[in-house]
Ligand binder design. Sequence first.
Ligand code: UDP
Ligand code: MG
Length: 311
Amino acid sequence: MTNTFLLSIVIPVYNEENNIDPLLKRLLPVVKGFNYEIIFVSDGSMDNTNEKIKSKAKINPKIKFISLQRNFGHQNALTCGYNYTKGDCVITMDADLQDPPEIISQMVEKWKQGAHIVYAKREKRDVDNFAKKLTAYLFYKFINFLSDTPIPTDVGDYRLIDREIVDFLNNLPEKSRFLRGLVAWGGHPASFVYFKREKRFAGETHYTFSKMLNFALQGITSFSVKPLRLSTYFGFVASFFSIFVIVSKSIQHFILNQGDWLPGWASLFFSIVFLGGVQLITIGIIGEYVGKIYQEIQNRPQYLIKEKINL
Ligand code: UDP
Ligand code: MG
C-alpha cells in the first residue's frame, strides 16, 4: 500500500528547550517515508522552546507550531493539537524522548490493518521510581474498579487514533477531558505496540505528586459516579449499624435489666468522630462533582492561542 494518507503527530511541549533538537533528530528519519505533519503545541513555555521550534518550522513547512497564551495543562494542549490536525491518523507523544519515535511505523502498520486505536504499551517501568510505579498501579486498579469504561493499563498518551476518533473528540462538548478514558470510551477496535519506556532525555517531569493526584481525581470523576453511590451505601450501613446498637442496648437495659448506660464514652466519641469523618468525605465527593458541573457550565475555552506558524 502506498503511503498516500496523511500522518499527523501532535507533541505538547512545556519548557522542553533541550529536547526539541534530539527529538526531531530521531523523529524526522522515521516519518520521512510518510506524508506527515508535526504539530508542536507549546503550553506556555517560558524558556527557549518556542524559538527552537520556530526556527525548525521556518525551514520545514511540515513542522507546525501553536503557542498557547499560558500553561493550560497537558490534556488541554493535546486537545488543541487534535483540533488542528488534518491527518487520516493522529499520533500523540511526549517531547522528552520517553516515547521512542522508532515504533511509529509499527503503529501505522497496525492502523492500516484495521485498528482504530493503537496504544504504545510500556513493557517495563524500570526507569520510573517505586512511588511512580505504585501510584500508577493503584490508580489503574482503582479507576478500572470504579469506571464502566475499561481503561488499558500501562499506556500513557503515546497512541495513534483514527480520524474518526479525532473527529469524535473534537466535537465533544465536554471541557475537562481525561483523554485516555475518552479515547477508550467509544469501544473502537484497539491494538498494542510494545516499547520500553526510556528515561527523560533532558529536564524534569511536570507531573508532580499533587498534579498526579488531580489527574487521578479528574479521571475518576470523569468516568464514574460510583463514588457518589458508594457514599450512599456507606451512609446506609452506618445508619443501620447505629440503629442496631441502640435497639440492642435498649433491649439489654429495659427488658433484660442488664448492662450499664453510663460507661461508653469511648464508643460515643468514636461514633461521633467516625460519622463526622464519613460526612466530610461524602460532602467532599459531592463537591468534586458539583465543581465539575460548575466548570462545565462556565463553558470557558480549553485554551487560548497566542501564535500559529504554518497553520
Ligand atoms: N506538558 C505540557 N503541559 C504541562 C505539562 C506537561 O504540555 O502542563 C508536556 C511535556 O512537555 C511533555 C508531556 O506533556 O512533552 C508529558 O509531560 P511529562 O514528560 O512531564 O510527564 P511524564 O512523562 O513524566 O508523565
Ligand atoms: Mg515524560
